[in-house]
Structures are given as structure tokens and as C-alpha cells.
Design a protein around this ligand. Sequence first.
Ligand code: FEO
Length: 396
Amino acid sequence: MQTLEITKDIHWVGVLNATLRAFDVVFQPRFGTTYNSYLIRADKPAIIDCVHEKFAQEYLEKLRSLINLKDICYIVVNHTEMDHTGALSLLLQETPNAQILSTKTAALFLKNILHMDVKGKTVEDGECVSLGNKQLQFIHAPYWHWPDTMFTYLQEDRVLFPCDGFATHFCDERLFNDRVDDFTEDFRYYFEHVMGPFRKKILEAIEKIKGLDIRLIAPSHGPILRTDPWKYIHAYKDWSMVRKDPYKKLVLVFYASMYGNTKKMAEAVAKGAATVHTEVKLFDAASISPESVRCEMEAADGILIGSSTINGDALKPLWDIISVMFSVNVKLKKCATFGAYGWSGEATRLLEERLKGLKLTIVQPPIKVLLIPTEENLKRCSIFGYDFATSLTAAQ
Ligand code: FEO
């Protein structure tokens, strides 16, 4: 596929990567991805975003087929992650008259990506840069999903270039959202995995763009959103709102149990944690998908994790639950651990260490029970749960 004029004088010059099945190692696109870049043919031509290094030659050929690269006046770097800047140094070699437009943070990052002097101008939030017959407006949108990120709005054409925002890892050369196959699930997957930890920042940036007349969204990955673009903005807003009883703290209790002993402890802990000020959700980690509790994790005020110890370790379903936390905003959430064991009982300590590494706050020492819990042990578990719940409301 070559290039595509997506609206008058704006050309998609991106590349397709249909076979990609692991993005940033941890994300798993079902249908590959695209690296979208755009050429704006204006009095002062501009390029928006760039592509992965692997596709640099194909990308440059596409641009050369449309324009003399020496005529490019601006290269807008909305975000510096290397899937959008990998080919930038080669592009700069052919665009000697181009100035890079970016946020200050992006300019700092670029120094350590390009390792060369470049002509650059940092743009402020709301600043406009004229292309002669068209005008670019910049909207700072930090943490979509890096601290460097911004959106670019092309005023005359009412096109928003949000880079990773409203993007999808979904490769379909028909490109437009009204032409490609159904990508609903992939759009949501992308949001949850890439943007999910930054819901507060998502809402802040949506507040900034709500007054813009946006007719088309041209993201850096996947379908170009020309039909009902606001549907996608509203979806981000909807998914970013935390829904829970505003008058209660939410406590999640995850457990995995080999012989039912840690399960008994979990039930007692959950019972103790359920007070008039708290809502408690109890999960057997072995019978749920870690992905399915992402929203609960986001909304939770406190997380309790209980595991039996096996061969000096915690049980795998709990590591799987914790593995989701890196892409959820769990920083400073309160937590504690518990579990039954046979002779060594390392699980609680190992879980604590990992939770601390993820910057959760351990609020009380673990409770451990040797083999089968007695009634007295279960009373202690209930008090453990109550103390944990109390620590949540005490912080108010
Ligand atoms: Fe598509 Fe954050 O890079």
C-alpha cells in the first residue's frame, strides 16, 4: 500500500505491520498494528509523527513520492516513544529545513534518542504555529501515556492528531473506521493496556479538547476515525470515570488456596473488612481472568492478597493478578498479605516485596497460619480484615 489522501491535502504516509503479535513485549495485538504518519500539504508543509525504525526506508519512499523533502518546514513530534521516532534521524537527514515542534519534555527525551543537534522549537499548551494557509494548534496532554505527549489540532480542517490517543493496534489497509473490520474489542484493549493507568490524565485532556470542532481523528496506530469521531472520545471519557459507591471504600481480597486453608482465611479476612464504610469483593484468583478485574483494581482503595506457600513461593494465579497491576494506577493503594503454609511460609513476604516494588503501601504485617486454621486463627483473620478496613477510613 502506498499513501492515501485522508482529507484534502492531508496524506497518510504510514506503514503497516500486519504480523506484529507482541508490542512493547507485553501487549498482544491480535491483528498487528500500523505506524501512522501524516503529511500536511500547506504553504509550509508539515509532517505529523514518524514511524518505527524498521520501516524507515519504506516510509521515506512514500514521502518522497509526494513531496521534495527539502520543502518540509515542520516535523511535529507529539510523542517520542521509538515506534514514532525510530525513523526520525533518517528523516531529518533528508529534511534540512525542517524544525521539530514538540513539548519541552519531548525535546529532552529526543536528545537521548537522536544524540544529535536538531532544529527544534518547544510549543506551549494552546500555542499555534502557522503553516501559511493553515494553522496548527497544540494541546498538551501529558501521560497519554508518557509525560511528553501532546495533541495537534489542524484548525482549518478540524483534524485532531492525538498520536497514541484514540489509537488501536489493528492493521487493516482500508484504514478508515467505516471501512475496516470491527475493531471495537481492540480499541478497548488498547485503552486498557496503554492508557488505563492514566485515567485522571485522560479526563483532564478530554476537558481541554471538548470545545474543539473535531471532524476527524488521525491517531498514530490503527484506524483513522472519520465517522463519528466523538464516539471514541466519549468512550475514553466513559472508561476513565471510576464507578463505585462514593460513600464506601472498596476492598478487594484475592486469594489462591491449595487445600482450602487460605480460602478460609480469605473469607474471614473479607468478613472482617466489610464494615459500614467499606464494600468488599472476594476473588478466587485461580478461577478468574486477571484482565477481568482491571477496573476493580483501578477503583479499589485497598487490596488484600492471600496465598498458600508452595516450594517457597506464592501461587501462580496471584502472580498473574499482580502482573496486571503494572498497567493499572495502583500507586499508593493500601495493601496487606496473608496465607496458610506448611513449614516455611515465604509467600506473604514475597508478595509484599512485589507489591512494594509496584509502589503500593503495606499497611500492616502479614497474617500467617500454620496448616489448618483454628477458630481462634480465623478470629485473628477477621480482626486483620477489620484493621485493614479501618486504616482506609482513618486516612480520610
Ligand atoms: Fe505508539 Fe507510546 O507509542
